[in-house]
Design a protein around this ligand. Structure first.
Ligand code: GAP
Length: 502
């Protein structure tokens, strides 16, 4: 029996307890909006980036990748429009100095000292009037006393200095998106790889935004990772009777949606949202967000924009270099249009964790299980000895771990009874456990030889089968390549006595 979706506190707590995500610099009280990925978090994050790269770069003939530096020439940000447009409206409280995004103030609960109740303090839900005096919020939602300043535009880029002298000429910025490196390297990539349109350049890496109101765990942070693709198309081409940029925009929306579904996000938690004309970024002809039903409600998971030829034209103008493509058929130079699927790694990780989280009741007890896709799971196999005092069982278990670890992240654990060990692995999403027992190694004192078989337990069904040690590598290759458990388990017998519990 399943018991519903998690709230954010449950995910934050699981993340800390089991080594997925820690508050950054926690022993110093933490830093606002920065998070550290722990031993399991880094595996999960790397797996997300690895499958994204494999599916969208390695396997496609029309894609290549780059890994550009975070610090770029300051003029890049003038040309891209970030210096002039990458701003949010900000207001400050004159009393408590708390800072808010002007467009988010009305969505916050607010503190109110009610004149109708001799100044009693109440916290009133967002957008609602006071139930006693009927007043609506005009003062600071945080302290309830201070006036808010008029909105000022605040640039979200982190400023720094290149070199030892802190002067205006040395000002540069931490990149607020990975995208611009693909545009400024367009010609380098085109010439060095001899590409033909349409083709894409991909990059996964860190971006930085001095968000006014970061929050909601890893959903909105000041330092985060993006996985972005700039897909260049010939604006004069038509595909299926439609302009090539519009055709490819829809194709990428479909492909990205299918990708998130493939790795476990359920259809009812995903939807598309078309940007209204007045919210389109300065460079976009059309943008569609893939939204996920996060624990905080429906919010952007990734955006897919048609950036037209804006960026290449801007960089050509500011750099004085030609950023065109020679169309052999039409014998003319064209500035390609760009379709940009832009995803956040941290948001993807949060969505995969939230969707995988289950609380089930098994024989009257609560089982917490992360039903992560096996390719994303931080640990693929846990090897568990049934008796840690039996040296031959422990030795065999260590040898199995070492052998499987040549191919996958595999752990050994003997720090609790077997039922407890299974629960621990369920909670971090390990798809398979291997248990080594007396039957595996035999009992020399009784003159019994082992059957050299171990028990494999499947996380989701909790079923168990006995598999020869010699076949473990082949069996896990099949399972971790995507074969259903039933296909593999059908070939092997169930254990005579279960290794303990489900
Ligand atoms: N190059 C286009 C671009 O950067 P964006 O919608 O601003 O577009 C793309 O960002 C994705 O990056 C978002 O959909 C989100 O997943 C992620 N992202 C953006 N800002 C973020 C933040 N402050 N914290 C975490 N992820 C963020």
């Amino acid at each position: 029996m399943s018991m519903g979706a998690p709230n954010m506190d449950v995910l934050v707590s699981l993340s800390k307890r089991r080594g997925f995500v820690f508050q950054s610099s926690e022993i110093y009280g933490g830093t606002g909006s920065c998070w550290d990925y722990g031993p399991l978090g880094v595996e999960l994050k790397n797996n997300i980036k690895r499958v994204w790269w494999r599916d969208f770069v390695q396997q496609r003939a029309d894609m290549v990748g780059i890994d550009a530096s975070i610090l770029m020439h300051a003029t890049v940000w003038k040309a891209s429009g970030h210096l002039d447009h990458f701003t949010d409206p900000m207001v400050d409280c004159r009393e408590c100095k708390h800072r808010f995004r002007a467009d988010h103030v009305d969505a916050l609960p607010w503190v109110h000292y009610c004149p109708a109740t001799k100044g009693n303090k109440f916290t009133i839900p967002a957008g609602e009037p006071c139930g006693h005096c009927g007043q609506r919020r005009t003062l600071c939602p945080n302290c309830g006393k201070g006036e808010l300043t008029a909105p000022r535009q605040f640039n979200l880029m982190f400023k720094t200095f290149m070199g030892p002298v802190e002067e205006d000429a040395a000002v540069t910025y931490l990149r607020p998106e990975t995208a611009q490196a693909m545009f400024v390297n367009f010609d380098n990539v085109l010439q060095s790889m001899r590409l033909k349109l349409p083709f894409g350049i991909a990059q996964a890496g860190r971006s930085f935004r001095n968000e006014i109101t970061p929050g909601n765990f890893i959903f909105r942070t000041r330092e985060f990772e993006q996985m972005e693709i700039e897909f260049f198309v010939n604006p004069n081409d038509r595909v299926d009777g439609r302009p090539a940029d519009e055709y490819w925009h829809d194709r990428w929306i479909e492909d990205c949606m299918a990708w998130f579904r493939r790795y476990g996000l359920s259809a009812e938690n995903l939807r598309l949202r078309e940007h209204e004309r007045d919210e389109l970024a300065h460079y976009a002809k059309r943008t569609v967000d893939i939204e996920y039903r996060f624990p905080i409600g429906w919010s952007e998971l990734m955006g897919i924009a048609n950036r037209t030829d804006f960026d290449l034209k801007q960089h050509a103008k500011w750099s004085g270099k030609s950023l065109t493509y020679f169309d052999d058929e039409r014998k003319e130079h064209v500035v390609p249009f760009v379709v940009e699927p832009a995803a956040g790694v941290d948001r993807a990780l949060l969505a995969f964790m939230a969707d995988a989280y289950r609380e089930e009741e098994v024989r009257g007890e609560k089982r917490v299980v992360l039903k992560l896709h096996p390719e994303l799971a931080p640990i693929k196999v846990a090897v568990l000895p049934l008796l840690k005092k039996r040296e031959d069982i422990v030795r065999t278990a260590h040898a199995i771990r070492a052998d499987l670890a040549k191919h996958w992240r595999v752990v050994y654990d003997d720090t609790a009874a077997i039922g407890r060990l299974y629960r621990r692995q369920d909670e971090v999403g390990t798809p398979y456990c291997v248990t080594v027992d007396v039957q595996t190694v035999g009992d020399r004192e009784r003159g019994e030889t082992g059957d050299l078989r171990v028990t494999i337990r499947d996380r989701d069904s909790m079923e168990q089968v006995r598999v020869p040690i010699a076949e473990l590598g082949a069996v896990f290759r099949e399972l971790l390549d995507g074969a259903p458990w039933s296909q593999v388990s059908g070939r092997y017998p169930a254990p005579v006595t279960k290794a303990s519990g489900p």
